[in-house]
Structure formats: structure tokens, C-alpha cells
Design a protein around this ligand. Sequence first.
Ligand code: IPE
Ligand code: IPE
Ligand code: MG
Length: 241
Amino acid sequence: MPFKPTESQTVIPRHVAIIMDGNGRWAKKRGLPRTAGHREGAKVLRRIIRDLDSFGVEYATFYTFSTENWKRSDEEVSALMKLLEDNLDDLVNYKDENIRLRFIGGRERLSEVLREKMANAEKNSLDHTGMTVTLAINYGGRDDILRAAKKSAQLIKEGYLSEESLTEDVFESLLMTEEIPPVDLMIRTGGELRISNFLIWQISYAELYFTDTLWCDFSKKDLEKAIAEFSSRNRRFGDAK
Ligand code: IPE
Ligand code: IPE
Ligand code: MG
């Protein structure tokens, strides 16, 4: 079930999802190649993870590379993949910060090196008890839902599941986000007012927050503003309160 606040002061979202957009424009403004923006964006990611943790957020999910981002030039795609391969352990300091690191998205198209690093990071942080950080790499919301639909069809075919017992909760558990609760607050930086195929099932009752600030310029203050805005919203979940 979605997180429902009971506190009267600032309500901290349990699960924050972030579409980190605007790296290319940040670099362009400075006369730098787009990849310089991605490098800067990686630094911001690391900082914001710490800030989210300090606010008491339990789950943070970041859009790192979408199923549509393969359309970009070979040069940009390779630079992004290399950035992940070379800096995965640095990007999220899961070892020192007790963070549980996991990944969503299809892994088949990723390099062997990257896949191995991802599997290791997940294994090494499995028993960490701090915030759960999920990086979405080659992730698409439609792909996520389609794969869950195929899995449920297979389970029904094999007799492990009946059509009647396929509830929303069961289907949700077949999504890549598995045991991660639904998104409470979705933030998109970079000024675009769209979801771009991020967690489309999981944001059904999320509060949406859009800011013109480019990801590379996104600071703890901006995060605070987003959380304050979230805290002031009245989440009705269809009720008539
Ligand atoms: C977001 O920044 C990072 C990725 C999509 C990988 P962009 O690269 O989309 O930057 P803009 O939107 O072109 O400025
Ligand atoms: C969304 O940003 C994907 C990531 C931030 C990883 P895009 O820049 O790819 O989205 P569009 O193309 O503007 O919708
Ligand atoms: Mg973009």
C-alpha cells in the first residue's frame, strides 16, 4: 500500500524517485561536451543520496539510463556506459554508508563488466540495513510491465498461479521493483513536464514535482524544497477527506 503520513510536522516521503535530467544542457551552457555533464551529474547523484539519507528517506530510485536512451549517438551511449562501469562503486558509496544497492532494467544489453559489477554490488550490500538505492539502467516502465505480464502468464501456464489469484499486489511483486514500496514523491529536474517511461505502474499515486533546475545544479536546498512541497500536499488516494 502507498505510504500514508501520520506525523503532523514535515512528512518525509518513504520512497523518492528522481528523473535526473538536464546534464546535456548543463554542459552545453558551459561549452562542454554532453559527457562532461554526465560526469558532473554522477557527482551530484552521490551527494543527493547522502542528503536523502540524512532526511530519513528509506528508498531512493534514480533514472540513470532509459530503454529509449540507446537512440543517442554511439559516442554518448559508450561514454555513459563507461561512466557506470568505471564508477559504479564510487557513484553510490554503499560500502561505507550501509546502503543497500540494487538495479532495475534489462541487463541483456549491458556489458559483461557492468553486469558483473552490478551483481557484486547487490550481493555485497544485501545485508545492509540503511537506505535502499535503486539505479534504473536500461529501464523502461513499459518493459517492466510487459515482463511482469509474461512472468504471470508463465506462472499460470505452469500451474503456480491461478487467474483469480493474480491480484494487483501479486502482479506488483512480479515487477522489477519487487519488494520496494510504491513511489511517494517523484522529482524531475531539467524543466520537462513528463515521465519519459520511468516507473509508470509504481507512480500511480505518487506526488509529482517538477523543477527547471538542471540535475547538475540540483542541491540539498532544492531537495528540501521538493520535500516541503510534498509535505504540504493532501494525499487523498481517492478518498473524500
Ligand atoms: C539526463 O540528462 C541523463 C540521461 C538521460 C542519461 P540528458 O542527457 O537527457 O540532458 P538533456 O536533457 O539533454 O539536457
Ligand atoms: C529521461 O530523460 C531518462 C533519464 C533521465 C535517464 P530523457 O532526456 O531521456 O527524456 P526525454 O527524451 O526528454 O523524454
Ligand atoms: Mg534529457
